[in-house]
Design a protein around this ligand. Structure first.
Ligand code: 6R9
Length: 633
């Protein structure tokens, strides 16, 4: 047993050089990447001008690259473009009309392929359909749909006409959806009747019914009915295909200003309700285009598969905008990763000869548990680049991914980034040496550091806060309706972007991410605010107070544990605990349901009345309690 452990230690402390077969064809060598990084920092004007000119189509060129009036910044000022022109029209015009954009598959092994030409027409029809419902530039459209081609096309249709989309993950509850619809004052909601997971149909339509009830800003609800459905549509509702059938397949792209909003995506913070992170057109388009191209090293005939969902930022940047902007062919798969059996994902890799595969550590750990025999049943030799995102990848999982999935002949790119950053911030490009568990180095234009609370750099290998020293093109521009929350990103550690993550930097400049420094829990790569779960719990009639912590979990990364104090007259019982879990599911969705709930008589608090979650966590993990001088008693 211990010999085995030593072996693993030796392996994880090794540096993995990129395999020859990767190096042979990389779009960018390590040297060239470094040279461009230097240039991006020394001469940002020249650097970004050249790339923006070479990589994107503009209706009108920008006048100035960047303006930074603390805390606000703008990029490509005066430039005009439309992201869907870059994602669709230009490929269709350049001989790629018949290239496949998406290959859709699901648990029943059904397959739908859509080419760039067909996707452009579908997007235009939806865009015209939305226009016919009165949607105009700047209006908000909420999308609550399963992972189907129509979902991605609806996002693009919004971008086509300048409407701001807000995609809500179809696992969120009616309350969570309602909050997002109300906060954005959405005019239209686009949804579908159901999704299928583990062979079971999950009803989405009734969630929407509940969410839109009484919300007056919503003028129309567009419903994608899936095979066999015959819903009786009531007031405000219209069938998706009935709406678009009669529309023209042509729709001029709206001429968008570089800084016009593209989308809002809600994400959890350490306090209060989720914040609506806003991204704008040009900087986001260019940055996601470049990172997709060079970090995934996508070549013309490659098949690329990102296993995320467009309900998260990874789906926005690396299933929709990035891959389409570079003209790639992507696989998308609706349903669970391990259903009907744990071989499902690997069978998809084999069937479509996937070359580039992008997933989360939680999935890797899940498959590690199922055992090597599942991936070994399939031919995975097409794989060349393996990506990881969403949470720190532990070296053991890294190694398994490298050896068992990659057969020691792929490069791993461990991409650190956030909803707020829009695109990859820290990683290695495929030509770079890789270190298990260490994400790597910053991408072009990104200056990172590991600092203390005052912003002074920490020594090598010492834990500190991960900051970014200046704005980059795809940085968030606002928190929807909450300027103070936006400002906080740049004021928490003076004039630096504060990521909320803890990290170390080694002597080669490789960054290792250790996890969140704030009260955000990362469950299976999804951000959940302790404050959200606590407020869901206290909205239950039996609960007086609640405190929530994250606990290490071998598959999910972290799991949620809640401590609650009951109101007078309520007794602890199994039934009550079950009911509390159900309540959180109803309030927030299944992702936020605590694995454990412990009933307490008292919670550790500071004298000023703040719950000390740190003390609860230390007690839970059997660790020293640390400084408890402010503890009430
Ligand atoms: C893209 C995405 C962001 C938080 C981030 C960090 C964690 C993401 C990571 C990673 C270590 C990586 N995170 N990628 N931690 N290594 N490669 O996940 O965005 O949902 O906003 O989450 O996820 O803690 O702060 P988002």
């Amino acid at each position: 047993m211990s010999a085995n452990k030593d072996e693993v230690l030796l392996k994880v402390n090794k540096i993995y050089n990129p395999p020859e077969r990767v190096l042979e064809k990389v779009l960018i060598t390590a040297e060239e990447f470094d040279r461009m990084y230097e240039e991006s920092i020394k001469d940002p004007e020249g650097f970004w001008s050249r790339l923006a000119e070479n990589e994107l189509h503009w209706f009108k060129k920008w006048e100035k690259i960047r303006e930074w009036e603390f805390p606000n910044y703008r990029w490509f000022i005066g430039g005009k473009l439309n992201i869907t022109y870059n994602c669709l029209d230009r490929h269709v015009k350049n001989g790629k009309r018949n290239k496949v954009a998406y290959i859709y598959t699901n648990e029943d092994n059904e397959e739908i392929k859509i080419t760039y030409g067909e996707l452009l027409e579908l997007v235009n029809k939806i865009a015209n359909g939305l226009k016919s419902l009165g949607v105009e530039k700047g209006d908000r459209v909420v999308i609550y749909m399963p992972l189907v081609i129509e979902q991605l096309a609806t996002m693009l249709a919004c971008a086509r006409i300048g409407a701001i989309h807000s995609v809500v993950y179809a696992g969120f509850s009616a309350n969570a959806l309602k909050m997002r619809i109300e906060d954005a004052k959405a005019k239209v909601v686009v949804t579908s009747t159901w999704t299928k997971r583990r062979g079971k149909k999950i009803d989405l339509k009734s969630v929407v019914d509940e969410a839109v009830d009484g919300v007056e800003t919503v003028e129309s609800i567009v419903v994608l009915q899936r095979d066999g459905d015959q819903f009786e549509l009531v007031e405000r509702e219209i069938d998706f295909y009935e709406l678009i059938e009669k529309q023209s397949p042509e729709c001029e792209p709206e001429v968008m200003d570089a800084e016009d909003p593209l989308f809002i995506l809600y994400t959890s913070g350490s306090t209060g309700k989720p914040k609506g992170v806003l991204h704008t057109v040009a900087g986001y388009n260019l940055y996601t285009h470049l990172t997709t191209k060079y970090i995934f090293d996508i070549h013309e005939d490659d098949i690329y598969w990102c296993t995320a969902d467009p309900g998260w930022i990874t789906g926005h940047s690396y299933m929709v905008y990035g891959p389409l902007s570079v003209g790639a062919t992507s696989v998308i798969a609706e349903g669970a990763p391990d259903y009907p059996d744990p071989g499902r994902w690997w069978s998809i890799v084999e069937k479509y000869r996937v070359n580039i595969f992008y997933t989360a550590p939680t999935a890797i750990r899940l498959f590690m548990k199922y055992g090597d025999e599942w991936p070994k049943k399939y031919d995975l030799s097409s794989l060349r680049i393996l990506g990881s995102v969403g949470e720190p990848i532990n070296p053991e999982a890294w190694l398994w991914y490298y050896e068992v999935i990659g057969n020691s002949r792929c490069s791993i790119v461990d991409t650190w980034w956030q909803t707020e950053t829009g695109g990859h911030m820290i990683t290695t490009v495929p030509a770079y040496p890789q270190k298990p568990g260490k994400a790597g180095k910053p991408f072009w234009g990104v200056e990172v550091d590991v600092v203390d609370r005052e912003g002074y750099p920490e020594e090598n290998n010492k834990v500190g806060y991960l900051v970014i020293k200046q704005p980059w093109p795809s940085a968030l521009r606002a928190c929807w309706g909450e300027p103070e929350r936006f400002e906080k990103y740049w004021t928490e550690i003076d004039h630096y972007y504060f990521s909320g993550d803890l990290a170390t930097k080694d002597e080669d400049g490789y960054i290792m991410i250790l996890g969140r420094a704030d009260d955000v829990i990362n469950v299976s790569g999804h951000r959940i605010g302790t404050a959200e779960v606590e407020s869901a719990l206290v909205s239950h009639p039996a609960v007086a107070e609640a405190a929530v912590i994250g606990k290490p979990h071998d598959v999910k990364g972290e799991s949620i544990k809640a401590f609650v104090i009951l109101k007078e007259g309520h007794e602890p019982s199994e039934t009550l605990i079950k009911d509390l879990k159900l309540h959180v599911r109803r309030e927030l969705g299944s992702l936020a349901v605590p694995d454990e709930i412990e009933i307490m008589d008292k919670l550790p608090k500071t004298r000023s009345g703040k719950i000390m979650r740190r003390v609860l966590k230390a007690r839970e993990l059997g660790m020293p309690l640390g400084d408890i001088s402010t503890l009430e008693d």
